[in-house]
Design a protein around this ligand. Structure first.
Ligand SMILES: O=C(O)CCC(=O)C(=O)O
Ligand SMILES: [Fe+2]
Length: 379
């Protein structure tokens, strides 16, 4: 990555404007900034976060990801996350499905458990390639510490705004409890350039989804990019995907399903997906680094109606059918495993049914099911 000059993001595509939340102000409980965050989290579920102070740590994560992804495939596969619903470890490109038809993804993942990072050198869940282990103290732990500070600060704001008792959300994300929280590095290859086979005849590689439409499985995601676009969001109540434009030094944060469930739908987990970056950016390798905050594995997912009259009121206004979605009868660990498993090519032997079994709190089930070619008709 260093030394590669990347083209800028084109302006002639549909772009989703996101509010910019200043983490410094948020941490100091600035009233306006808190309101801005609340507005973003309850309408779209996505926002930029500036002054988060984790830029250097994210850069270290990109370097770690690069060295790991450059290993031969057979070496990486020794650390495979498998197909049974575990997400920690390495996932090769093509092992996840991106739609109802079983179209494979194009992205590689490296997921490192928050628990393994914080307990290092003691293994909590599993071991990782040397390029990861070697950086546990200097890169992964500082990245996770900063990410936990950011995400827990946001949780504290949500607790207050939801009228929950202090600690209600935080204890469901207790740092010492085993959880699905993880740091992820994603590599997606650039598209090959069109080949001119004769005058007027051009062969162009079709766009493929790096990650199919999904809502995030946990509570909060803290995302960093290598300047390349490709992330698209489908705002609740709309049917057109819009790109999120990467902004230098700005992370992107989004709400995941666990918070949607706890809040009775007040906090929104918007559908998003990743495809090749638009324009000239498409021909370059795309990297992203994410920290996913997820509840403790044993935490039961349900709307916190007993703890907040706002949540109780939100649930009371839902139809009986919709209300059911807020008592999935699963722990955060079971929810995570089911969703990871259902998106695996290996478990998709029944086609449509197993892909749909990975569903979460999607506000637009059609967009979740459709592949890349049918997006604009999502209703
Ligand atoms: O790479 C990105 O921009 C988004 C990744 C993402 O949505 C995910 O890993 O859940
Ligand atoms: Fe995501």
């Amino acid at each position: 990555m260093p030394g590669v000059v990347l083209p800028s993001f084109p302006e002639n595509v549909l772009i989703q404007t996101l509010p910019v939340v200043d983490f410094d102000l948020l941490k100091n409980e600035d009233f306006e900034e808190t309101e801005k965050l609340w507005d973003a989290a309850t309408k779209l579920g996505f926002w930029y976060l500036k002054n988060h102070g984790a830029g250097d740590e994210a850069d270290g994560m990109f370097a770690m990801g690069e060295e790991t992804m450059d290993l031969p495939l057979e070496e990486k596969l020794k650390f495979s996350s498998g197909v049974t619903g575990g997400s920690f470890g390495y996932k090769a490109a093509g092992l996840n499905v991106t739609d109802d038809k079983g179209t494979p993804d194009t992205a590689e993942f490296l997921n490192v458990a928050k628990d393994d990072i914080l307990s290092y050198p003691t293994i909590t869940h599993r071991s990782y390639p040397d390029a990861v282990q070697r950086r546990m103290d200097d890169v992964l732990k500082p990245f996770v510490d900063k990410s936990l500070d950011v995400t827990c600060t946001v949780l504290r704001v949500f607790e207050k705004k939801l009228g929950l008792q202090e600690g209600s959300l935080l204890r469901r994300h207790a740092i010492g409890d085993p959880s699905g929280s993880e740091a992820r590095c994603i590599r997606n290859p650039g598209k090959t350039r069109p080949t001119i086979i004769s005058e007027g005849k051009v062969i162009e590689a079709p766009d493929k989804l790096a990650l199919g439409a999904h809502t995030d499985f946990g509570s909060l995601s803290f995302l960093h990019h290598n300047k390349l676009g490709g992330l698209q969001v489908l705002a609740p109540g709309t049917s057109t995907w819009h790109y999120v434009k990467p902004i230098q030094g700005h992370a992107i944060c989004n709400v995941g399903d666990a918070l949607t469930i706890f809040s009775g739908g007040i906090l929104r987990s918007a559908l998003h997906r990743v495809l090749p970056a638009p324009g000239e950016q498409a021909f370059f390798t795309r990297w992203s680094v994410v920290f996913f905050l997820r509840p403790g594995a044993d935490v039961m997912l349900h709307a916190l109606t007993e703890e907040s009259s706002f949540v109780a009121d939100a649930i009371a206004h839902l139809s009986e059918e919709d209300r059911k979605k807020f008592t999935p009868n699963q722990t955060a660990g079971e929810w995570h495993a089911r969703r990871v498993r259902g998106r695996k090519v290996a478990s998709n032997v029944n086609g449509t049914n197993s892909y749909r079994s990975s569903a979460g709190m999607e506000h637009n089930p059609i967009a979740f099911q459709q592949g890349i070619s049918e997006i604009e008709s999502a209703a």
